[in-house]
Ligand binder design. Structure first.
Ligand code: AMP
Ligand code: MG
Length: 424
């Protein structure tokens, strides 16, 4: 029996990022970047106004300006001019237009948010700081504008390149693209993006007892729930599911589904159940018949029977059959494997530290217990869900916010002790 860490390292060593494809930007959310992205130009692209207002030359509004009225104290130019300043409005610049004027002394231009600053302007006075208070749509620009405020160079101006400069690396290879990333790519005119291909995972359940969710119940049978959990987990990891169906507890049946996975060009074959020492557990035998079994027992709870190997050179992970074990096995082994396969560089597990509400007994295996977390006076307290934590008791997982990680070798966690928790 090997440790969780060793099992994970052995699995991960078999996975490399998949091939690269070029995708339209619209399809790139949650996809993994396969190249570093460099800005081809500055952002903002040009000096533009951050406000609806009037583009001015800051000098015109200070002590050295020529249009100042009497009453302005030249010794203290940062005081607002008592009588105000009046400038002639010589242009109207809506967003999207290319200004053609050059402001001369004593001149201003009405300007809208995002519009390009005209030559000669270096600041914007917001409309609400002027005597022009009609801000309804469709009102023409005034002939003159007055205000009683000092404006400094750069006020309310978004300078060209102030966010991003041409040549800067703005997104790194291996990043899972977020909605906001797509916006940045659009700003930079990148309409097609090099991303890693989604890994394809062939998924099968196994067991003579399994029925389809809508099949009539029969005595001794249960419904196949793992395939629903695992398919959703695979998708949440950014991979594609190839649903292969249910293998009977017979060698030929397991073999047929593994062959199907190979035909459908799966990057990984994922099964549940049939990996223990039962007389009807055929997964291991079939893997060995056309490949190699690396290991099939891991020192963990739940989920000890967990197999890894290669079938016709395709990696196969055989998860346990019990629903909680299959879930935990996925999170510990399959999610990191899919992360590597899809080129993701952010593989860290989200764990936090919580205080155990009660004493917890463990059997010395690394254990993943289902817990609910609440906060009391800023301290996170964890209590186990449901009366028993059996690996078939899916409700214990449904009600859980986290899996408490009890390290290998620990047999008792006293009440109040800090425990690492994997947030679900
Ligand atoms: P096994 O590893 O085949 O001995 O299965 C262990 C337990 O998991 C048994 O109680 C099975 O009935 C159960 N089990 C196996 N496959 C599934 C499945 N697809 N959905 C729900 N439970 C399952
Ligand atoms: Mg079985």
């Amino acid at each position: 029996m090997i440790s969780i860490n060793e099992a994970r390292e052995r699995i991960l060593s078999h996975f490399q990022p998949a091939a690269i494809e070029s995708l339209a930007l619209i399809a790139c959310a949650n996809r993994v970047l396969a190249v570093d992205i460099t800005a081809a130009h500055d952002l903002p692209l040009f000096d533009n106004s951050a406000m609806d207002g009037f583009a001015v030359c800051a000098d015109d509004t200070s002590a050295s300006g020529t249009t100042l009225r009497q009453g302005f104290d030249t010794a203290a130019p940062l005081n607002p001019p008592a009588q105000g300043i009046t400038l002639n409005v010589v242009a109207d610049i809506p967003a999207g237009s290319a200004p053609t004027v050059t402001l001369a002394k004593g001149e201003a231009a009405r300007i809208m948010t995002g519009a390009q600053l005209p030559a000669g302007a270096n600041a914007v006075i917001p409309v609400e700081d002027t005597d022009f208070n009609n801000r309804e749509a469709g009102i023409p620009a005034p002939k003159t504008i007055s205000f009683a405020k000092i404006v400094k160079t750069g006020d309310n101006v978004r300078r060209r390149g102030m966010d991003i400069q041409a040549g800067a690396v703005i997104l790194n290879k291996g990043r899972t693209l977020k909605p906001q990333d797509l916006g940045l790519l659009a700003m930079l005119g990148i309409g097609n993006v090099q991303v890693y291909k989604k890994p394809r995972v062939g998924l099968l359940s196994s067991g003579d007892e399994l029925l389809d969710v809508d099949a009539p119940l029969e005595s001794g049978k249960i419904r196949d729930s793992n395939s629903y959990v695992l398919a959703a987990l695979i998708e949440s990891a950014g991979a594609e599911v190839l649903r292969l169906g249910v293998a009977q507890d017979a060698r030929e049946s397991v073999e047929a589904l593994l062959q199907k996975a190979i035909h459908e060009d799966a990057d990984l074959i994922l099964s549940s159940a049939g990996v223990s020492v039962g007389s009807f557990d055929f997964i291991k035998t079939v893997i060995e018949s056309k490949g190699r079994l690396d290991f099939w027992r891991v020192n963990m709870r739940p989920g000890k029977p967990l197999a890894f190997g290669e079938y016709l050179n395709k990696p196969v992970i055989g998860l346990p059959g019990n629903p909680v074990s299959a879930f935990v096995g996925f999170e510990i082994f399959v999610r990191p494997a899919l992360a590597r396969l899809s080129g993701k560089l952010d593989r860290s597990r989200r764990t936090v530290y919580v205080r155990s509400e009660k004493e917890i007994e463990s059997d010395g295996r690394e254990s993943y217990l289902r817990a609910k977390i609440r906060e009391e006076n800023g301290v996170r307290i964890a209590g186990l869900t449901t009366s028993h934590q059996g690996s078939g008791n899916l409700l214990s997982l449904v009600q859980a916010d986290a899996l408490l990680i009890i390290p290998a070798g620990v047999k008792c966690v006293p009440a109040g002790q800090e425990v690492e928790a994997y947030l679900l």
